[in-house]
Design a protein around this ligand. Structure first.
Ligand code: QV4
Ligand code: CA
Length: 550
């Protein structure tokens, strides 16, 4: 459980001990105070208070079960995410939203809040409570997507998913309640129509309306308190943290002030005083006035450069050999400041930050990119889990990118069924259940804490590296076969390749790799294979006692 003790506290204890043994008699109150100041600022510089993922020990990856029902997520925690070593699940916004019927119930209606009542197409507060309890019980954390920059689009009125009235003309949201006083207006936003147009003007991006969504005045204490009250309600129900939607559209100071109002996590599941894990959606591709660095240091940010750059590599536009320096040297933030992913619910369909990323529509390259992500030490990893929609690209745009989740005739969300081969039915893609992905989630758990070593490349698109002496991966993303003898760094033995099969009851259902006494092993990977990747780790070594997933 030591992983949950705040770092600052640990360091203070160490300092105190050293002082107590070496120079107890000379310690003055002032010295102790100075030590405390140094210790606290060190703690903040090292990733800060809300940047620590609140995973159960030994778990290091979350999956985004986009648009899933709470009852399905509860079952998925118990039957899959827990046993297969996932840290947690990012859920769709749990608060009451606008009901959009034209088009008919698009996924994006959930990004138009009506109130903070926990009633949506995913379920009600009872379903939510049951989900969080059942997931926590099997050591799977729940991270809520929170939409606190705005309410609905301007104009129109209606009744939300929880039965609350809203009026986007008079800015009345009685379910909260918010009234026109609680929104930015002409005095804060100077654009003619009140919308954001110029992303090079930080004031406009923060105080005007994102695609006409009415913009909350987070400089006001009442708004800060109300939003924090919503987040504290989720904390009381047992969530482990938050994805903060549209963080770029809120002032960092306002966010810090909201986060500062948050309670410690529910002590039924977390050690007392544990802070929620917070990652902020800041799309920073390097060419706007607002930079992700304004948001790091106190909480994490989502790293959008990551998936774009990896798409270049696995689409043969940039040689894989350059990945040797992957991470900060590619102009990305510190490893401890980011959440990384290959695609998200927006950019997989050409929203937010645009297309160009790899998705389940290109499974071969998508799996390779995800395998690389999970093998590499950089960042806190998130695996997208999607539903199918009728992608239809016309003139560069997907005209069906609004389509909501699989649904029944009455528009209620269809359950995610599980088929005999472990894949999902009813239109759910469930990338998180693909063997090549879940086995790399386990790989990451096993190698965590080690650095990258034993790098090899063929000067082109084939690469390999180890994680310390615990795991080794070879990726042939090129157009020629590789047939090589490589230093794996691993102890002698026979290992299961966890890409072609599973490690099961001490044996392998797929290929095996023999590592010699000198750490070398032979790898022959055809460039035309469906899965031109081999991955081995000490948790899937033949004959070892039990399956290691956590
Ligand atoms: C439209 C026009 C407006 C017009 C308005 C008039 O675009 O110019 O003034 O009609 O009524 C939906 C519609 C959009 C509509 C808007 C308001 O798609 O056409 O405006 O509603 O009615 C999601 C979708 C948006 C959707 C929004 C709210 O992506 O299309 O807008 O939900 O339903 C930037 C941001 C980044 C953001 C990204 C998409 O920096 O923060 O754009 N990403 C997050 C979420 C994303 C979500 C939002 C933010 C908003 O990940 O899913 O937008 O909460 O990059
Ligand atoms: Ca704003």
């Amino acid at each position: 459980m030591i992983g949950f003790v705040p770092k600052t506290h640990l360091r203070y204890v160490q300092f105190k001990t050293r002082y107590a043994t070496d120079k107890t008699d000379t310690v003055t109150v002032i010295e102790m105070f100075l030590v405390l100041v140094v210790v606290l600022s060190l703690g903040l510089a090292q990733g800060g208070t809300w940047s620590n993922p609140t995973c159960a020990p030994g778990r290091h990856t979350i999956t985004h079960l986009f648009e899933w029902k709470w009852s399905d997520i509860a079952a998925e925690c118990e039957r899959f995410l827990g046993p297969y070593g996932y840290c947690g699940v990012q859920i769709s916004p749990p608060n009451e939203n606008r009901v959009v019927t034209s088009p008919n119930r698009p996924w994006w209606e959930r990004y138009q809040p009506v109130s903070y009542k926990l009633t949506t197409r995913s379920g009600n507060e009872d379903d939510f409570r049951d989900m969080v309890q059942r997931c926590n019980k099997v050591n799977v954390r729940v991270y809520a997507d929170v939409v606190i920059n705005h309410m609905t689009g301007s104009g129109g009125s209606g009744t939300g998913t929880g039965g609350s009235h809203w009026d986007g003309n008079s800015l009345s949201y009685p379910g909260v309640p918010f009234s026109s006083w609680d929104f930015n207006s002409g005095s804060e936003c100077q654009t003619g129509d009140g919308n954001i147009h110029n992303y090079n003007d930080p004031n406009e991006v923060r105080n005007c309306r994102l695609v006409s969504l009415v913009d909350l005045k987070l400089s006001k204490d009442y708004v800060r308190d109300t939003v924090a009250g919503y987040l504290n309600h989720l904390i009381s129900l047992g969530v482990a943290g938050f994805r903060v939607d549209a963080a770029k559209h809120m002032w960092p100071g306002d966010l810090r002030s909201v986060f500062g109002r948050l309670n410690g996590l529910n002590t039924a599941y977390f050690p007392s005083g544990t802070k929620p894990f917070i990652y902020q959606e800041v799309i920073d591709m390097g060419h706007e006035a607002i930079h992700a660095s304004e948001y790091t240091g106190f909480a994490r940010v989502t790293n959008f450069i990551y998936g774009i750059k990896l798409a270049d590599v696995f689409r043969h536009r940039n040689q894989a050999k350059w990945l040797r320096t992957w991470g900060q040297q590619w102009g990305m933030p510190n490893s401890n400041d980011v959440v990384v992913f290959i695609d998200n619910h927006d950019n997989q369909r050409g929203h937010g930050g645009g297309g160009g990323v790899l998705t389940f529509f290109e499974p071969r390259a998508y799996k390779m990119a995800t395998e690389f992500m999970l093998a590499h030490p950089y960042g806190f990893t998130r695996v997208m889990s999607s539903y199918k929609w009728n992608r239809n690209i016309q003139g560069g745009d997907d005209i069906n990118n609004w389509q909501g989740p699989p649904h029944n005739g009455d528009m209620s969300i269809k359950g995610a069924t599980i088929q005999s081969d472990m894949s999902c039915g009813n239109g759910w893609v469930c990338e998180h259940r693909w063997r090549q992905i879940y086995n790399m989630v386990a790989f990451r758990n096993v190698v965590m804490g080690t650095t990258m070593a034993n790098w090899w490349d063929n000067g082109d698109y084939a690469i390999a590296f180890s994680r310390g002496n615990k795991g080794f991966i070879v990726i042939n993303a090129g157009t020629t076969d590789i047939n090589v003898n490589l230093q794996t760094g691993l102890p002698q033995g026979t290992y299961c390749d966890v890409i072609s099969g599973d490690y099961n009851n001490g044996g392998c259902t797929g290929n095996q790799v023999h590592v010699g006494g000198d750490g070398h092993a032979h790898f022959h990977i055809s460039h035309s294979s469906d899965d031109p990747v081999v991955a081995i780790h000490i948790g899937a070594k033949k004959g070892s006692e039990k399956k290691v997933t956590t």
